[in-house]
Design a protein around this ligand. Structure first.
Ligand code: UDP
Length: 238
């Protein structure tokens, strides 16, 4: 399967369906980025992050923001929530006898997430697990490298998790690695995903902002500015 990339504000996004993205991620090693408007805004101010995004092996639109932006630009690409793709990857890798590493979240959260995943997926083989509050990156990288997992899930928040995966790429060239934000909190059951109706309407961000009002400053003014920039690209720059 070949990648078909579309561009948004200069950043490449794969136009795979959910099933295609899962197949592609399973069959190919490298870095998977679950892109959202905040990451694109970060990349505008950080060249290294911009390069990282365009150098990733797979980029899926995580939230409704990028889906809407792509729609404005005339591309029909459906969002692929990282929390769903991450779980589907764990199941697929585990059933194929492949090993998994979990890095991120608070110590009790990553432990609980691992336990819940193991209860749900008996084939799961976790060869490495670490919380996300460390500053000895090199040591952790060495430990993960020794454990040699096939699938690495990193939940440190963005852009920390993407830079961490980029460093891991050198020591684990055959692994598939994905940055997953707050997914471990969901798998541990300490944070609930938005009810289905919010997910269906693309309003998961609204639910999370109501539940965690401190997220408001992450969305505003980033989200409206992002939509404005996309509109400018669509209607003025072409
Ligand atoms: N986190 C971490 N190390 C840090 C900062 C954050 O492991 O130094 C974890 C945090 O505990 C949470 C996740 O990273 O589990 C970040 O979730 P956030 O809600 O920011 O991510 P989003 O889903 O919005 O991308």
């Amino acid at each position: 399967m070949d990648r078909v990339l579309v561009k948004i504000l200069g950043y490449e996004v794969d136009s795979f369906t959910y099933d295609e993205a899962l197949e592609y991620a399973f069959a190919n090693s490298g870095q998977i980025v679950t892109i959202n408007p905040e990451m694109i805004e970060t990349a505008r101010k950080n060249d290294d992050f911009a390069k990282l995004l365009n150098g990733a092996e797979l980029v899926v639109p995580d939230g409704v923001g990028v889906e809407i932006g792509l729609k404005i630009l005339g591309h029909k690409v459906k969002r692929i929530p990282g929390v769903e793709l991450g779980k589907a990857l764990i199941i697929k890798f585990s059933k194929a006898g492949k090993s998994v590493a979990l890095i991120g979240a608070k110590p009790d959260v990553v432990d609980l997430a691992a336990k819940n995943l193991k209860d749900e997926i008996p084939e799961l083989n976790i060869v490495y697990k670490h919380d996300g509050y460390f500053d000895n990156d090199n040591e952790i990288i060495e430990q993960v490298s020794k454990a040699s997992p096939d699938l690495v899930l990193v939940a440190l928040g963005s852009p920390k998790q993407e830079f961490f995966i980029k460093s891991l790429k050198d020591v684990l060239p055959k692994a598939t690695m994905i940055g997953l934000g707050g997914s471990f909190d969901v798998w541990a059951g300490v944070v609930n995903r938005a009810p289905k109706i919010y997910q269906k309407l693309g309003l998961e961000w609204l639910y999370r902002t109501i539940k965690e009002p401190q997220r408001f400053k992450r969305i505003f003014p980033t989200l409206p500015l992002f939509v404005l920039r996309v509109c400018k690209e669509r209607f003025i720059c072409r």
